[in-house]
Design a binder for this molecule. Structure first.
Ligand code: CP
Length: 293
């Protein structure tokens, strides 16, 4: 039984296989490879992209999907996460896809070894399927080789599980990662750190913009995000005609993270990331539910 708690669960060969399968699935609609499989989604935090992307991916491969809404579940009667999971596993799913506010939650459930656990985002530490779909998007753009490319991660990095998993995966793939943020958004890190976006624009091939994760701030960090946007919004005035790829995991805070006009620019791949998310999650489900059996 294989789990996806974070990127380190996958070998280099498995990551290469995922990239290959995602590309194949994008080129040609696959057969119903997972026709006999059943997945349960268990999202303790809100989601638009990840939850629907997993459901679309599973259904495109012929799997059935059941969603348990924790807000209407017996969690509200005091049932623990472990007991909720064990009861779902008694229904013999082939995998449980979980999103949770606690960094440790997916690992805790994986250690119970009852079904394959897939982390759909946990706390501020790990969002491995987002990192993999971002890598797929980068590989497509850079003709299959991201070695030596430089990516600037910009925004609320300290709160971001997308940044955490992305940093681990992009550095593993030989990319240079630099961090750009105001001090309250900057994590402790050995990576190069910059406060001003202007200082990195001529060094980077890719910018990954991040939303301020207001729901993770114990108290407001900035009162005025219009002032923040003056320094960090990715817009035409700042980018000019530089050949820089723009990524964002969503949801985008329009005109704070990325300007309306830049979202329409062909350098901006936000919706391509969402499209690629389905193909990458199809590849991940195939690997975990079929190839690893
Ligand atoms: N990228 C991402 O995790 O988006 P959702 O929160 O909408 O799933």
């Amino acid at each position: 039984m294989q789990h996806l708690v974070d990127i380190n669960n996958f070998s280099d060969a498995q990551i290469a296989q995922l990239l290959h399968d995602a590309k194949t699935f994008k080129a040609q609609r696959p057969s119903q490879l997972l026709r006999d499989k059943l997945l349960i989604t268990l999202f303790f935090e809100n989601s638009t992209r990840t939850r629907s992307s997993f459901e679309v991916a599973a259904k495109r491969l012929g799997a059935a999907v059941v969603h348990l809404d924790p807000g209407k579940s017996s969690t509200n009667k005091g049932e623990s996460l472990e007991d909720t999971f064990a009861n779902l596993c008694a229904m013999e799913p082939d995998g449980v896809i979980i999103r949770h506010s606690e960094n440790e939650a997916p690992g805790l459930l994986a250690d119970m070894q009852m079904t394959s656990v897939i982390n759909a985002g946990a706390g501020n530490y790990a969002h491995p399927t987002q990192a993999l779909l971002d890598l797929f998007t980068l590989m497509e753009h850079f003709n299959g080789n991201v070695q030596g490319k430089t990516i600037a991660i910009v925004g609320d990095i300290v709160s971001s599980r997308v940044a955490s998993s992305g940093i681990r995966l992009f550095t593993r793939m030989g990319m240079n990662v630099i961090l750009v943020a105001p001090k309250p958004f900057m994590p402790e890190s050995d990576l190069p750190q910059f406060e001003k976006l202007e200082d990195v624009l001529d060094k980077v091939d890719v910018i990954m913009s991040l939303r301020a994760q207001l729901e993770r701030h114990a108290s407001p960090i900035f009162n005025d995000y219009a002032a923040y946007a003056k320094h960090y919004c990715i817009d035409h005035a700042r980018l000019g005609n530089r050949n820089i790829l723009i990524l964002h995991p969503g949801p985008v805070m329009r005109n704070i993270d990325i300007s309306d006009a830049m979202l329409e620019d062909e350098r901006c791949k936000v919706l391509e990331q969402v499209k690629n998310g389905v193909y990458m999650r199809m590849a991940i489900l195939k690997l975990l539910l079929l190839d690893s059996e």
